[in-house]
Write a protein of this length. Structure first.
Length: 257
């Protein structure tokens, strides 16, 4: 079953086509990789899926219902969370505070509850804090709970951003180059974390340039070039696909007799 699906999506900025009649789906229970050269349209795809961009043509469905035209916070509340290629933490807030912010979409108490400090408001705040701490622990950054985000090591900031997304209790998690800037050891640990996220019943769409990470953790991979899907299949099929090799190397794959 398709959980989140792009259907014939075209995104045009003036006369420039960022995406052209692009279709693929994230199936329930899978980790889907999205790869392609720089400028292929990967981040544009994330922006379409999360409501930042409205496509020129096509449709986006989540759990069988169109979410086209929905605002980013509405899509987030429905269960589609994302991280960013360039880290976007609240730099002056602690790791715990950053993570608690993501739980706002699950909050039932309004402004008056917060001002009056009712018992139910206090109980909900305690629950949010507990869930935020669980997310930090899951991503291995619980020791930084009271540390200001800007003071965290780079790799830990990456993990914090994922923890924040997980705290929102998503059904689908979009990871935009989560291994960027990580050393091989950190990337290896991240692969294990992504697998554990999937085991929690969260579908994952992964954009990543580190092919070791993509090939090691993804069930299926989609490759795009110039906003067009050029290949889709298992990691082995993608590795051996001549169009994919040409897109990355800039020349046709060598033929052997």
């Amino acid at each position: 079953m398709a959980h989140l699906e792009l259907k014939n999506i075209t995104v045009r900025f003036g006369g420039l086509y960022a995406l052209s009649e692009l279709s693929f789906a994230i199936h329930t229970g899978e980790i889907l990789g999205l790869i392609g050269p720089n400028g292929a349209g990967k981040t544009t795809i994330f922006n379409v899926l999360t409501g930042v961009y409205k496509p020129t043509e096509g449709d986006v469905t989540f759990e069988g219902e169109s979410i086209l035209g929905k605002k980013p916070h509405e899509i987030f509340s429905r269960g589609v969370a994302r991280t960013f290629q360039n880290i976007r933490l609240f730099s002056k807030m602690t790791a715990l505070e950053n993570t608690m912010v993501a739980m706002h979409c699950r909050s039932n108490k309004g402004v008056m509850g917060a001002l009056l400090r009712t018992n139910s408001q206090k109980a909900e705040e305690a629950f949010i804090k507990e869930k935020a701490l669980e997310a930090l622990k899951f991503m291995g950054v619980i020791q930084f709970a009271d540390t200001v985000a800007s003071n965290l090591p780079y790799g830990s900031q990456r993990r914090l951003e994922i923890a924040r997304a997980l705290a929102s209790e998503p059904k689908v998690l979009l990871l935009d180059e989560p291994a960027a800037g990580m050393n091989p050891s950190e990337s290896s640990e991240l692969m294990k974390d992504i697998a554990r996220i999937s085991e929690r019943g969260i579908d994952v769409l992964l954009v990543e340039h580190d092919m070791k990470v993509v090939m090691g953790v993804c069930n299926r991979i989609v490759c795009v070039e110039h906003g067009i899907k050029i290949a889709e299949g298992s990691p082995q099929e993608i590795q051996n696909n001549p169009k994919v090799i040409e897109a990355y190397l800039g020349q046709p794959a060598a033929k052997h007799d």
